[in-house]
Design a protein around this ligand. Sequence first.
Ligand code: B12
Ligand code: SF4
Length: 487
Amino acid sequence: MHKKNRVLLLTFRPLIGPIAVGSALRHFRRVEVDIVVLSHRERGELSIGEIESPEIQTILKPFLGPDLLWVGLTVFTSFISSALKTSALIKAFDPSLPVVWGGVHPSIYPLQPLESPWVDVSVVGDGEITACELVDACRNERELEDVLGIAFRQDGGVQLNPTRQHTRLTEMPLQDYSLVRTRKILFEKKYCFKRIISVHVANGCPFKCSFCINTSQKRSHSRKDPEQVVEQVAHLHRQYGVDEIDFIDELFLVDRSWLADFLDLLDKRGLRVAWRANGHAATLADRRNYPDDLLNRLVCMGLKMTTMGAESGSIGQLRLINKTITPETVLTAVGRVRDHRLYCGLTYLIGMPREEVADMHQTLGHMLDVHRHGGGYPFLALQEYRPYPHNPMFQNAVAAGFRDPDRLTDWQACIDFNSGGFKWSAMLPWITPEKRRVIDLAFEIQNFCNRVLNEKWEIPWRPKSYATADTVAAIMTDPLFDRGAHR
Ligand code: B12
Ligand code: SF4
């Protein structure tokens, strides 16, 4: 009989969660781990759409075997259908092989995965230690009742165990990227750089924006020590010769004393790697507490780009979302970033429950202001608001008529990869046809502002055509906005 000593982790592209879980499993339980990406990318296409069973089967087959302890899936809401198809295929291979769902969707809605007969365990929140304890359970060394942060089926019903504390990142091993078996996806061809790899060094965020998933998940801010991060960078540099590292955690650039230690260590080890990281406009605009010397040093030590949340051009909305910035703060931060010859990304959010057409109009105007102020170089990323339970904005969404689907199949019916993941207009009752039109115009403005970088960086999803300056001027003087004159 085969000794069961392997865990298969499947994902539909996000890699960092599975790498964190897989590295912990290797380190703490010494099991074999295969991380496999079920994506069209594996045949060379950059698509985030649905993946069908025959294709899943082809990618999956070589990795299924009698030595598996359990199979885990990382599930974002938009991948529920793909995750269900995959789980069904695993159960068809071996009905007794436990299927575990972790990641964002099970963390927000822990009981929903168990509506499917193909899912055995749903993992809530951080998964490193939970995954290890699931290995213990498969080896009959622990009862599922004793594994914190899971939901599972029992006695014809479903049991939800108490929540697990957040992972102490300083106690976690180096992230082992070699566990990823489907390599084409390891490096993102992102922007103009060729071999760019995502690295995650911190959980949560010190800010408390009312719409944010970090606020929902009450993830307190914690991060690895600078020594650990520099070791990770050195390792990736050695092993893969990466061109650039993308620090994906929420606010890499905020803690000055941590950053100073990090830069000293990079310097001491002579590591010359390009990198990008997220910042916060409130910090980057603050010349006194975030002096030019520090920005200069960051640039000298390889920082190429920083992204920050602008969210809205309306002061009222910024207050409502508890963003601790004004539109002016963002312009100041953009100016400083521009002066230091850094690329700058700005994220915007549109379509929140108490956002009027006038607020949206101000956001459109702010995007154009940022574009001009940054000399045409800021890269804008506009997203439509999506409600997450357990944060203050969610209450507003519910008050405005939002009902989050309470069954997995209902979520499935909302998925639409052609409109950013979901059928937003149908789901968010406050998005009137008029607001829908403004949101579409906002995307036109975004594309207009991104034109230079879209082409320079050969962004794969860049639009085929762009609005002209005249069209943009016409948009901004559209009678649609008359009623919503700036407040
Ligand atoms: C980085 C990131 C990305 C990167 C991923 C880069 C990479 N190479 O992995 C990119 C840019 C690719 C990306 C894309 C998208 N993203 Co994204 N992304 C994030 C972000 C900022 C961090 C995720 C991350 O890696 N965290 C670090 C890891 C360690 O944490 P984690 O993923 O939560 O994993 C832990 C647990 O969840 C658990 N776990 C995870 N998987 C598993 C599996 C098992 C078996 C177990 C036991 C446990 C477990 O254990 C892990 C360790 O503790 C989050 C926001 C956030 N703060 O979560 C959004 C977020 C996850 N993304 C989101 C979305 C919507 C998307 C897109 C669909 C957007 C779009 N429309 O294109 C695409 C998906 C495309 C695709 N095919 O994947 C949403 C998900 C919403 C939802 N309800 O599912 C989030 C929450 C953003 C948001 N606020 O809306 N994303
Ligand atoms: S939106 Fe950004 S700054 Fe605000 S809580 Fe979320 S991650 Fe933090």
